[in-house]
Design a binder for this molecule. Structure first.
Ligand SMILES: *[C@@H]1O[C@H](CO)[C@@H](O)[C@H](O)[C@H]1NC(C)=O
Ligand SMILES: *[C@@H]1O[C@H](CO)[C@@H](O)[C@H](O)[C@H]1NC(C)=O
Ligand SMILES: *[C@@H]1O[C@H](CO)[C@@H](O)[C@H](O)[C@H]1NC(C)=O
Ligand SMILES: *[C@@H]1O[C@H](CO)[C@@H](O)[C@H](O)[C@H]1NC(C)=O
Length: 379
């Protein structure tokens, strides 16, 4: 609208100038007419640049991937006026299709698992020190105080391993009760290791939890070298983990490892807690992913995963979801040089065996403490 006002004003001004010299105008009427045409044309060109200028907006790249790998002719531009346009030099039906996908694309930015939809109620923004090497992020339910305390008194109490700074933090969602919230805030004051985000904390929402963890790493802790997402029922041998991370052939970028899951079928049995509908995830199999109990990654990945997740419909299996984001990024999970170090359950979890692993599942918070003590005894 503003543009048209500018145009009218220019014409008006032009005619006033001409009338002031009407004798000259008659004499040079031809020249005047040519000038008018030139002026009109240049105004038109300027206004086109103003509104439509080929100034690609930030998301034009992900947009390409979204539509179809073969349709790379679409350019999303933003004019100087701030208006957004999709340029498609193909046929009309394709333009229509592009416009609908654009709508979906905008919707996707706001899908339920996208971490920017949530904010932190409890935060520790200053915990990430300059020299921090490894951050262990533990998603946990608000009421699981015993699990948090077991971790705090064992591997979560380490602040330095092989001379490298290490930090453990817990992430919870909403408690669903004023009293529970008060207790949590008291625990946070005492321990200063709790992060709380404002999504509903439930098993179904674990994907949101993981993406919020990724977001915290991106926004509060970009300087750390490595991070680990580790469940609250895990025993972690930090010495062995550090040895792996410090090994010269361990990549510092695009690296993620743990217990690898290959060729996994999507569970379509509605009674299973791992059930995922065809609408949420149409393909029959997941890409290779790392089992959610404990995966460790170079700290450049959280940013890339959050970015990729904008275009990937969320589903409730958090580790397979991260795997899907990685596949989109073209990043393959790495096989550990000794895969037997990332265990799930161990038949014979004596100190002798435990001193060789990096992760294993503990059956209870008490067992985490028992595992920890038996490894200490074997040193
Ligand atoms: C996307 O490209 C594939 C070929 O790579 C084609 O078979 C498919 O029909 C295309 N889909 C759309 C929506 O254009
Ligand atoms: C953590 O370790 C220190 C000694 O390094 C100890 O004094 C403290 O009690 C431990 N914290 C917990 C919660 O066990
Ligand atoms: C998951 O979290 C969202 C956001 O807080 C909430 O709206 C939704 O009800 C939760 N779903 C379940 C099953 O808890
Ligand atoms: C634990 O170590 C014993 C030998 O001390 C071995 O026989 C057993 O297979 C090991 N178990 C596991 C799960 O590694």
């Amino acid at each position: 609208m503003r543009l048209y006002r500018h145009l009218t004003f220019c014409f008006f001004f032009f005619f006033r100038c001409c009338l002031a010299q009407d004798r000259d105008l008659i004499r040079h009427s031809k020249t005047g007419f040519v000038l008018l045409v030139i002026l009109t044309l240049s105004l038109f060109v300027i206004s086109c640049i103003y509104v439509f200028s080929f100034n690609p907006v930030k998301h034009s790249h992900t947009w390409f991937n979204l539509v179809n790998q073969t349709q790379s002719y679409n350019v999303l531009t933003e004019g100087l006026s701030g208006k957004k346009f999709v340029w498609n030099f193909l046929t009309i039906p394709q333009i229509i299709q592009t416009t609908t996908t654009l709508k979906n694309h905008i919707w996707m930015h706001h899908h339920v698992a996208h971490p920017r939809n949530y904010h932190f109620i409890l935060d520790e923004p200053d915990k990430c020190k300059q020299d921090l090497f490894l951050v262990l992020m533990v998603p946990v339910a608000p009421h699981e105080v015993e699990a948090r305390n077991a971790i705090r008194s064992t591997w979560g109490n380490e602040s330095s391993v092989q001379g490298k700074a290490v930090l453990t933090l817990f992430l919870v969602g909403l408690t669903g009760g004023a009293e529970a919230q008060q207790q949590l805030e008291e625990e946070s004051r005492q321990r200063r290791d709790l992060l709380q985000s404002n999504f509903v904390d439930s098993y179904f929402n674990l994907t949101i939890k993981t993406m919020v963890i990724m977001d915290w790493l991106v926004t509060r802790c970009p300087q750390a070298s490595f991070s680990m997402k580790v469940d609250s029922h895990m025993y972690i041998n930090l010495e062995n983990l550090m040895t792996l991370l410090l090994a010269p052939n361990t990549p510092r970028q695009n690296y993620i490892t743990g217990y690898l899951m290959w060729n996994q079928n999507v569970i379509r049995n509605k009674k299973s807690k791992y059930y995922v509908s065809v609408e949420l995830y149409p393909e029959p199999k997941y890409p290779t992913y790392v089992l959610g109990v404990g995966y460790v990654f170079s700290n450049d990945l959280p940013k890339k995963i959050v970015e990729a997740s904008k275009d990937i419909k969320p589903f409730n299996i958090e580790d397979a979801y991260v795997g899907t984001c990685l596949k989109r990024l073209g990043i393959k999970p790495s096989r550990s040089p000794d895969p037997s170090k990332f265990r799930t359950y161990m038949k014979d979890s004596k100190g002798h065996n435990l001193s060789k692993v990096i992760t294993t599942i503990a059956r209870s918070p008490k067992q985490i403490i028992k595992f920890w003590q038996s490894v200490k005894r074997h040193k």
